[in-house]
Design a protein around this ligand. Structure first.
Ligand code: NAP
Ligand code: 2RA
Length: 383
């Protein structure tokens, strides 16, 4: 099973880095792996589509291939695109090796759906080219997220926004840390109206891409072997450390990652009145972002009511049994499709406050899975 394969892969990377002392897993908190039921959208009848994956060799791109295969997306031809650096390498899809091609202006002839994750500056140039060639682009980068003519979509929250894709032929996939937060917050907002959100994140190195994950592994091994390390992707040592900076600092003292969470939340929830403040932190974890989230609601809501609402919410799994030490952890969420929520409790310092802990696989729900879910709705309803 793909999830089991992914978990085995994670263990291999961690084992390589930390020769001893792999994190102990508690039986009580072990998340059951197969997970797509709640979030799987009905795929259209077997009409087949030509699909391009741009950034196919990256952390998000390779997961995209796994998810297209796992969810049996109706692919006719699959085109894999990356930079000239990895052109010619082969990636596997449905048991066949497909050659990666260099991204060029004429790469999109005959493509119906183009899944982009090559970085914002590349999407800025090539997403409009792909759209002009007739493909609908689903872009994982930050390039178009706040463009008023581009819908920013989380299928569990605002699937109706997909209809707006016709303006530019582009649909934006939100930032990973935003996606998992709004999946959990929207059902609460619908019942109790969220006035304010205070979020602190604990973001995995995979959020910064393939090379960033490798940096954590290499640094860990080097430090344990007494070798000198030189940070390259991250501004400081990431192994055995935390870095309270993700992306660049802006004039207001926030980082770009923090402002993404603030602005994207309002756009996806379609409510500019929600006040959001964020602190985003990189942690030495390979997969899954974790978030401590405090909300203040207009209407009083109890912790039990929140649990009940979230148990019914699409894409959410409540894992909240403190007496059995059951709460979500990044190690367990890796390879899963759900957004896990635990540590749900009333904030005793304010009248209408709730604290919670939200964990999801940033490469899956935070990127590739969300994009493929959008593609499923797109082909079912609009193409
Ligand atoms: P990554 O592992 O560094 O992969 C980048 C991919 O883009 C590689 O396939 C790379 O190809 C390709 N690429 C780079 N420059 C290119 C160019 N000039 N032309 C064509 N392809 C090019 O990064 P990632 O984590 O997959 O992230 C990719 C994008 O998705 C970023 O914008 C990121 O912000 C966004 N995103 C990431 C996550 C996450 O959790 N990782 C979540 C949401 C959104 P080569 O192999 O040829 O270098
Ligand atoms: C990160 N959310 O974790 C950002 C970009 N994927 O670095």
């Amino acid at each position: 099973m793909a999830v089991a394969k992914k978990k085995a892969e994670i263990k291999k990377v961690e084992k390589k880095a930390v020769k001893k002392g792999e994190p102990a897993k508690k039986a009580a908190t072990k998340v059951k792996a197969p997970a797509t039921k709640a979030v799987k959208t009905k795929v259209a009848e077997r009409r087949l589509f030509n699909v391009a994956v741009v950034g196919a060799t990256g952390a998000v791109g390779t997961e995209m291939l796994r998810i297209l295969e796992e969810r049996d997306f109706p692919v006719k031809e699959l085109k894999l695109l990356a930079s000239g650096r990895s052109a010619g390498t082969k990636l596997e899809f449905r048991g066949k090796k497909i050659k990666v091609e260099e991204l060029k202006k004429d790469s999109f002839k005959g493509i119906d759906v183009a899944l982009f994750s090559p970085g914002a500056s590349v999407s800025a140039i090539y997403a409009p080219i792909a759209a002009k060639a007739g493909a609908v682009v689903i872009d994982n980068t930050s390039q178009f997220r706040m463009d008023k003519d581009v819908p920013l979509v989380v299928p569990e929250v605002n699937p109706h926004a997909i209809a707006q894709y016709k303006k530019k032929g582009i649909i934006a996939n939100p930032n990973c840390s935003t996606i998992q937060m709004v999946v959990a917050l929207k059902p609460i907002h619908d019942v109790a109206k969220i006035k304010r959100v205070v979020v602190s994140t604990y973001q995995a190195t995979s959020g910064a891409g393939r090379e960033a994950m490798e940096e954590l592994a290499t640094q860990t091994a080097d430090l344990l072997s007494g070798r000198h390390i030189e940070p390259s992707i991250f501004p400081y040592q990431i192994a055995f450390n935390l870095i309270p900076q993700i992306d660049v600092f802006l004039d207001n003292g926030y980082t770009k990652e923090e402002m993404k969470m603030i602005n994207e939340t309002k756009k996806i929830m379609e409510d500019d009145s929600i006040k959001v403040t964020a602190t985003t932190v990189r942690v030495p974890v390979f997969f899954s972002h974790s978030e401590s989230v405090n909300i203040e609601t207009a209407k009083k809501i109890t912790a039990d009511e929140v649990r009940k609402i979230l148990k019914k919410a699409p894409g959410v799994e409540v894992l909240d049994d403190p007496s059995n030490k059951a709460y979500p952890m990044p190690f367990d969420a890796a390879g899963c499709d759900e957004t896990f929520v635990g540590r749900i409790r009333e904030d005793e310092s304010i009248k209408n406050g709730i604290n919670m802990w939200i964990v999801a696989d940033n490469i899956r729900k935070g990127a590739a899975l969300n994009a493929v879910q959008i593609a499923e709705i797109l082909i079912e309803k609009y193409l």
